[in-house]
Design a protein around this ligand. Structure first.
Ligand code: MN
Length: 510
């Protein structure tokens, strides 16, 4: 049986109270699942224990870790929710119920799956920790997928690829997303997986040897420039993202320059640019491959500077430069933010979060509870919920057909995103293929409802223009303008479509 110490050792906060709560959840779950086995033959308890460990590694607090231990107790062990409430409080019960699927009797098949997903998002819109627990649960299930009967494996792996990995991506949880994708890749495309492994085996080592040489030279240069406290790490491209790139490059591995990258982690933003200067002073960069994601973060908040250089002996290498805070955010995303809220960091480190997930208000944020722990209360303050989750809940509540729900989910939230700007420089995050109409509705319903024309990058553009990353979009409005039916074909977001439909209906009535 797993030892509780293995779990408590991983926890950032080891206060008496926290350890006591987790220990009590450990005992409760162990008893609840006693006698149950997983497909692997291991005790079922191992699964909830490993889920809790992932949460502790992500830096989650004692309540979330406890909820991880208890997450299957209602659904799979028939535990009484009231007992959980009594023993662990409203907050933990809310989290456990949030990840519990809907009853098997009332819902079946696809419907159960989709309705459970919808329920998950509703709970998430009140407390982001629900989603973090679900992702950790999924990660452990994926790590042990080989034991699951074959006919189920592929379905679980596809769902991971289509729903959970994109969610992790949108939450900025790069590490978790990469692992989920690679685990799913093996089962969704087994042949391709093997092929990419074969192709890349020697390349990784070769590339890392090259990077090591560069780093040794770079180290000396940085010392000369008095840039200290530099950390490095080699980033191996995940197999799944390597495969996607290979497909675009005719499966020619020699055309992939970033199979491994050298990561240089420094203390401050200005050090990032100084390091870039030092690198470009020594090695010539490949034109057009310098990406400044600090000045232009990716829509999910990712920040770094990437550059690709000629190594001087015929090779080409990628170097990524970032501050320590950016590094944490890139690896753990929203989880690193939650951790800060538990009082272990400084607020400014997570300013990207405020920038990209504008504050929203949800009527009654957290579950009804009076918690003496102020830090936790702050954390579940509605402001921490990314606004796309709220939008998702709002837009999907009225959709009744399960397949429609899944379609909207994919197109609104998990397709590739672009980011475009208002004339004032505010960033608007949209799915690829969006038009000025989508943009207008994203800003305000009133603007969408009265579009008269649009300018893209200062030039007049038709309303069916497909916007591109970095476009500056200006909407002209006229009070007498009204949404037209044909707009429906030129919009991508559910938000725009829903508003257009409702305006059309209103016009018909009046
Ligand atoms: Mn589970």
């Amino acid at each position: 049986m797993p030892d509780i110490k293995e779990l408590t050792d991983l926890m950032r906060s080891k206060s008496k109270q926290d350890v006591a709560l987790v220990t009590s959840a450990y005992r409760f779950a162990k008893t609840a699942h006693s006698g149950q086995k997983r497909y692997s033959g291991e005790p079922y308890f191992v699964h909830v224990f490993e889920t809790a460990k992932i949460l502790a590694e992500l830096g989650m607090g004692a309540k979330t870790v406890s909820a991880g231990l208890l997450h299957d107790s209602i659904e799979d062990a028939g535990s009484d929710p009231n007992v959980i409430r009594e023993k662990f409080g409203d907050d933990v019960l809310f989290l456990v119920k949030g990840v519990t699927k809907l009853g098997k009797i009332r819902y079946q098949g696809v419907k159960r799956h989709v309705e459970s997903l919808r329920k998950l998002f509703v709970a998430t819109s009140q407390d982001i920790r629900v989603l973090i627990i679900k992702l950790s649960d999924r990660l452990h299930n994926m790590r042990t997928l080989e034991h699951v009967p074959e006919h189920k494996r592929k379905r679980i792996a596809s769902e991971t690829m289509e729903v959970y990995a994109p969610i992790a991506h949108r939450l900025g949880m790069g590490k978790l997303k990469g692992e989920l994708e690679d685990l799913a890749f093996k089962f969704v495309h087994p042949k391709e997986y093997q092929k990419v492994r074969e192709l890349s085996k020697d390349k990784y080592k070769e590339s890392e040897r090259e990077l090591e040489k560069i780093y040794k030279k770079l180290q000396k240069l940085l010392a000369k420039e008095k840039i200290y406290n530099v950390d490095t790490d080699y980033r191996r491209k995940h197999l799944y993202s390597l495969w996607r790139k290979l497909k675009r490059k005719n499966m020619d591995i020699d055309r992939i320059y970033d199979i491994s990258a050298l990561r240089v982690i420094v203390q401050t933003v200005s050090d990032c640019y100084r390091v870039l200067g030092v690198i470009h002073g020594k090695w010539r960069p490949l034109p057009g491959r310098i990406k400044d994601y600090i000045a232009f973060p990716k829509p999910n908040g990712y920040k770094s500077i990437h550059t690709t250089i000629f190594t001087g002996d015929g090779g080409i290498a990628e170097i990524q430069i970032r501050s320590e805070a950016m590094h944490l955010e890139a690896e753990y995303g929203i989880a690193s933010h939650v951790k800060y809220k538990e009082g272990e960091g400084d607020a400014n480190r997570f300013d990207w979060f405020k920038q990209f997930l504008p504050s929203i208000s949800i009527g009654n944020g957290a579950p009804d509870n009076v918690d003496p722990d102020k830090a936790v209360k702050d954390m579940i303050d509605a402001k921490d919920i990314p606004n796309w989750i709220e939008e998702l809940v709002e837009a999907q509540m009225e959709v009744s057909a399960p397949h429609e729900f899944m379609e909207n989910l994919k197109s609104d939230f998990f397709e590739d995103r672009i980011f475009v700007f208002t004339p004032k420089g505010d960033v608007i995050d949209l799915p690829e293929g969006s038009s000025p109409i989508d943009f207008a509705y994203q800003i305000h319903t009133d603007i969408g409802d009265h579009i008269a024309g649009a300018k893209v990058n200062g030039k007049l553009a038709s309303l069916d223009t497909k916007l591109e990353n970095g476009d500056i979009v200006e909407i002209q409005t006229k009070h007498s303008s009204k949404p037209k039916r044909k707009w429906l074909a030129n919009t991508k977001t559910t938000l725009a479509k829903r508003n257009i439909r409702s305006a059309l209906n209103q016009n018909k009535r009046s």
